[in-house]
Design a protein. Structure first.
Length: 398
């Protein structure tokens, strides 16, 4: 049996980043980039109108001339070379290119309009007033993003603006899920008197979808050694294989034995924690195998602590940082293992700070244990009696 932090360290030392692939930007959401990106041009690429209004020459404003004649109108997407005449102005729409001779832009609502006669506000203003000059935001060949960043909507917006139609990203892992147990039936089936629905696949599938990972192989496997061997063989193309159930000490818990038969090297089996003590992790040259205890809450905890950590390593993601928040109320630890428990995070109106409220549940077999929780809190064995306000580590589901 290993300690929790020891188990995390063993995963870190055995899981290595995947290779990179080139994807179209439209399919890159959720991936981690594997290249620096540089702007292909200035941005804005021209002197751009920041408002709808009338553009004049700054030098004429200095002579205290405030009445101008409109000689042209420019919309976004139009390229107009306009030679200015004395006391002339150009009406320009937001986002349009401002001709080089015009370098002050007044909002239309600040001007008096009488046909083509435009009176601008009296007084001086800075040159390029209400104009975003070429390259003001980004210059050509400026670095706009670095390798190792997540392709979220913010980054994709920047990359698209820079014309980055394809991006080198770190490949996501192929994942298999094998739910074990003679009592397990698919969600769509009507369970018999001693059967239960396969909750765990849908729990894990949700977590994986949040990372934009599709399950490549899903099987329900009976507690029979030969059937488990066959299931392992069918999942050999995956880099992450997750078993639920079959890893405890029962006479029908054959997963570790089947994995040993398949040549998988056991890295650890059993972690000193609650829930999830029987958790298994092993590997071969290509794949990583996780055996999670079959109870739903144990599966959720095991995934967030260990499986997600391995997936993040494969994808080149930074290791998640736990939140540290004060506990609301007291909590007493029983037994000889540290414990993860469901929590609700709320805003303490009196202090204006976030606090953690433990939620009552009936053990890891309670499929409602995590219902309405925001995540899990950690009760360290080194401090069995927690008092109100004590700081604890928390992991959010989202």
């Amino acid at each position: 049996m290993v300690e929790i932090e020891e188990a995390k360290g063993l995963i870190d030392r055995n899981v290595f980043r995947n290779k990179s692939v080139l994807l179209h930007l439209a399919g890159a959401y959720g991936f981690v980039t594997d290249e620096d990106v540089f702007s292909d041009r200035d941005y804005p690429p021209f002197n751009r109108a920041a408002v709808d209004g009338f553009a004049i020459q700054h030098k004429e404003l200095l002579s205290q001339n405030y009445l101008y004649t409109k000689i042209a109108e420019i919309h976004a997407g139009e390229l107009r070379n306009i030679s200015p005449s004395p006391n002339s102005c150009v009406q320009i729409m937001t986002g349009a290119a401002v001709p080089s001779s015009y370098n002050v832009l007044f909002k239309i609502e600040d001007c008096k309009v009488n046909g083509n006669q435009i009176t601008v506000p009296a007084g001086d203003c800075n040159i390029y007033y209400n104009i975003d000059t070429q390259g003001k935001i980004v210059r050509k060949m400026d670095k706009i993003s670095s390798a190792g960043e997540h392709c979220d909507v913010q980054l994709i917006t920047v990359l698209a603006s820079a014309g980055k139609s394809t991006i080198k990203v770190i490949k996501k892992p192929f994942v298999s899920i094998i739910s074990t147990g003679n009592e397990i039936v698919p969600l769509e089936s009507i369970p018999g008197p001693v059967q239960i629905r396969d909750t765990n696949f849908h729990t894990l599938n949700y977590f994986l979808q949040k990372k934009n990972i599709t399950v490549d192989n899903y099987q329900i496997c009976r507690d029979e050694l030969d059937e488990l061997k066959s299931a392992i063989d069918k999942s050999s193309g995956s880099e992450i294989i997750i078993f639920t159930g079959g890893v405890s000490a029962g006479v029908a818990d054959f997963v570790p034995q089947a994995l040993e038969h398949a040549g998988v090297e056991k890295i650890f089996h059993k972690v000193k924690m609650k829930p999830g003590k029987p958790l298994y992790y092993g590997r071969n040259q290509k794949s990583h195998y996780f055996g999670l205890p079959g109870n739903p809450f144990s599966v959720m905890v095991g995934y967030k602590l260990f499986v997600e950590r391995a997936i993040d390593k494969l994808m080149g993601s930074d290791t998640r940082k736990d939140l540290v928040l004060p506990l609301s109320g007291e909590r007493f630890l029983k037994g000889d293992r540290s414990e993860y428990f469901p929590v609700k995070i709320f805003n303490n109106i009196e202090t204006g700070t976030l606090k953690v409220q433990p939620l009552h549940h009936k053990g890891s077999g309670d499929y409602t244990a995590a219902y309405k929780s925001d995540g899990i809190g950690f009760h360290d064995l080194s401090k069995p009696n927690l008092k109100d306000g004590d700081l604890i580590s928390c992991i959010l589901w989202e």
